[in-house]
Ligand binder design. Structure first.
Ligand SMILES: CC(C)(COP(=O)(O)OP(=O)(O)OC[C@H]1O[C@@H](n2cnc3c(N)ncnc32)[C@H](O)[C@@H]1OP(=O)(O)O)[C@@H](O)C(=O)NCCC(=O)NCCS
Length: 165
């Protein structure tokens, strides 16, 4: 993902996270750490027929990584794209030499939790009122990395959708 992708990403962001969408500044700040020597972020974009249909980001700090965001346009959900984006992030976690990957997920977001569980993430606790202003709790999940990173069991790549950093 590059800075010129922020506008279409923000459109998807507002549609998919209506209560707690990231601002333009948050994406700028994340992308500022995603290039060059010393980069600590991996931000990846999925495009289909010239349209942004998904994105995801990971932050590394020491041997710990965090899935910062992952999103797929509604008309592309359930096609394996979320799995492909997560696979890319976990590869990046391996490149960053992270031993663990953490994430927070709304407690009511069952489809995202299923995706994470398929990749081996396990629930380890809650953060009360993490999502504001709705005051929704977060489920905290953790993946202990094995050599080679994670992979999506049984995921068939969707034809025509390109994923790029
Ligand atoms: C969570 C999210 C990223 C998942 O993305 P996705 O592209 O739908 O994920 P996948 O397609 O890889 O997997 C979803 C389901 O489709 C199934 N699937 C994958 N490839 C498939 C294929 N080729 N044919 C049919 N089904 C398929 C998966 O088995 C999975 O099934 P399950 O949910 O019953 O276990 C997406 O729903 C999303 O963007 N949601 C809104 C934003 C959000 O909540 N983000 C997460 C914040 S924590």
């Amino acid at each position: 993902m590059r800075w010129w992708d922020i506008d279409p990403v923000l459109e998807l962001e507002k549609e998919l996270f209506p209560e707690d969408a990231w601002s333009r500044g948050m994406f700028w700040s994340e992308l500022a750490h995603s290039r060059g020597p010393g980069a600590t972020r991996r931000y990846v974009l999925a495009e289909s027929e010239g349209r942004v249909v998904g994105y995801a980001g990971l932050a590394a700090s020491g041997d710990l990584a965090d899935v910062q965001t992952i999103a797929v346009a509604r008309d592309h959900q359930g096609t394996g794209l979320g799995s492909r984006l997560l696979t890319d992030l976990l590869r990046a976690a391996t490149t960053f030499e992270c031993a663990e990957v953490m994430l927070e997920c709304r407690v009511d977001n069952v489809s995202a939790q299923r995706l994470y569980e398929r990749f081996g993430f396990e629930p380890i606790g809650f953060r009360r009122g993490y999502y504001q202003p709705g005051n929704v709790d977060a489920l905290v999940m953790r993946l202990t990395m094995k050599s080679g990173g994670g992979s999506a069991e049984g995921s068939t790549p969707e034809q025509g959708t390109e994923i790029n950093g």
